[in-house]
Design a protein around this ligand. Structure first.
Ligand code: ADP
Ligand code: MG
Length: 332
C-alpha cells in the first residue's frame, strides 16, 4: 500500500518546485494576502509556506492529508467553472508520502492555533495547541528522503531545482495582485537571505519592475490583443534587439487567468518572430491569457501546468499578427 501511494504521489510532486507550487497555490486558494516561503539549505533540509489565509477548521484536521480529501469541490457544483488552483486533494497526501509534514493553523473562529503532525500515509499522529495568527504554515522536512534514488538525484541537482523554484516564484510574483510574496533561504551557519520580496500591490507593469528592475522594464514593449470571442492577451515582450542573453525560458512567463502555465507553442512563436541583435539572444515574454473558464482544460497533466485551449490555432494566429507588428517594423 505504501509503495503504491508513493508511486502515485510522484505524479503531482515531481521535484522541489512542484512541491512548493502546490503549497503556494493552497495559500492562494485560502485567500492569503501574504505568503512567505522559507527554505533551509535551498529546500533540501526543509521548506515552509507561511500564509495569512483562512486557516483550516478543526473538523478537517484528521482528514486533511488523506488522499482525495479536498474542501474545494463542494463549493463548485460545476467542475468546469472551478477557479481555485486545487480541487483534487492530492498535494498534501503526496507531500506526506514523500517527506515529513507538519501543519500549524488557525481560523478566525479559534483563539489559539493547532500544531499537527502527519505520517507518510497522511494519518494525523499528533495534535497540540500553539500560538499563531490566523492562517496556515505547512512545513515539509527531508523531501524524498524515503526514496534513496530520488533523494540522491535531488541533492545532486539542487542548483537546477533551486533555480526552477525561483523562476516559479517569480511567475507568481509577476502575476500576483494584492498578495505579498517573500522567499528566504537559510544556509549552514544560520545565514538567512531574502531571495525574493514583493509587495504585490501593483499592476503587471509594477510587478515586472519589482521582480526584474526598471532597466529591464524599459526594454519591453506592451502587447495587447483582444479577440472577438472575449479572449484577451495582455503582456510585454522584448523590444526588437533587446533580448536577454539568458537561457530560453528563463524570462518567459505565461499565464492563463492568472495561473502560471507552460506554453511551449507560444514560446516558440515569440522566439521565431523576435529578431535579436545577435542570434544568441532570446526575447523576454510575459503574457497573461484571459479566457472564459469553459474554453480550456487545466486538468490535463497532473501538475496542472499544461493547458489545452479549445481553439488554439486562432489565438496563435492573432498573436502572430500582433508580434509581427512589433518585430517586423523598421528593423532588419
Ligand atoms: P486541494 O488543494 O486539491 O483541495 P490539497 O491536498 O492541496 O488539495 O489540500 C487539501 C485541503 O487542505 C484543501 O482542500 C484545504 O481545505 C486544506 N488546505 C491546504 N493548505 C491550506 C492552506 N494553506 N490554507 C487553508 N486550507 C488549506
Ligand atoms: Mg492544493
Amino acid at each position: 500500500k505504501g509503495v503504491v501511494h508513493r508511486i502515485c504521489a510522484g505524479q503531482v510532486i515531481l521535484d522541489l518546485s512542484s512541491a512548493v507550487k502546490e503549497l503556494v497555490e493552497n495559500s492562494l486558494d485560502a485567500g492569503s494576502t501574504s505568503i512567505e516561503i522559507a527554505l533551509k539549505e535551498y529546500g533540501m533540509d526543509s521548506f515552509q509556506v507561511i500564509d495569512n489565509g483562512s486557516g483550516i477548521s478543526p473538523q478537517n484536521f484528521k482528514v486533511l492529508a488523506l488522499k482525495h480529501h479536498t474542501s474545494k469541490l463542494l463549493d463548485f457544483p460545476d467542475l468546469q467553472l472551478l477557479t481555485t488552483f486545487g480541487f483534487r486533494g492530492e498535494a498534501l497526501s503526496s507531500l506526506c508520502a514523500l517527506g515529513e509534514v507538519t501543519v500549524e493553523t488557525r481560523t478566525l473562529d479559534e483563539v489559539v492555533a493547532t500544531h499537527l503532525t502527519y505520517d507518510h500515509k497522511g494519518i494525523m499522529t499528533a495534535e497540540r495547541k500553539t500560538a499563531r495568527q490566523v492562517g496556515t504554515t505547512i512545513t515539509v522536512k527531508k523531501l524524498f528522503s524515503n526514496l534513496p534514488v530520488r533523494s540522491k538525484e535531488f541533492r545532486r541537482n539542487i542548483r537546477k531545482e533551486y533555480a526552477k523554484l525561483i523562476s516559479l516564484l517569480n511567475a507568481y510574483a509577476l502575476i500576483a495582485k494584492g498578495v505579498r510574496i517573500v522567499c528566504t533561504n537559510t544556509t549552514g551557519k544560520n545565514v538567512r537571505s531574502v531571495v525574493l520580496k514583493t509587495q504585490g500591490n501593483g499592476s503587471l507593469k509594477e510587478n515586472i519592475i519589482t521582480v526584474f528592475g526598471s532597466s529591464t522594464f524599459s526594454c519591453l514593449e506592451p502587447l495587447t490583443l483582444s479577440m472577438s470571442d472575449g479572449r484577451m492577451v495582455e503582456g510585454f515582450v522584448s523590444k526588437p534587439g533587446y533580448g536577454s542573453g539568458r537561457n530560453i525560458g528563463d524570462r518567459q512567463f505565461f499565464f492563463v487567468n492568472g495561473r502560471p502555465v507552460d506554453m511551449p507553442k507560444v514560446g516558440k512563436l515569440v522566439n521565431e518572430l523576435y529578431r535579436g541583435a545577435n542570434s544568441k539572444q532570446y526575447p523576454i515574454a510575459i503574457m497573461n491569457f484571459s479566457v472564459p473558464t469553459r474554453a480550456y482544460d487545466v486538468n490535463v497533466t497532473p501538475d496542472k501546468r499544461k493547458i489545452f485551449f479549445s481553439d488554439e490555432s486562432s489565438i496563435l494566429q492573432s498573436l502572430r499578427e500582433s508580434l509581427e507588428k512589433i518585430y517586423s517594423s523598421d528593423e532588419a
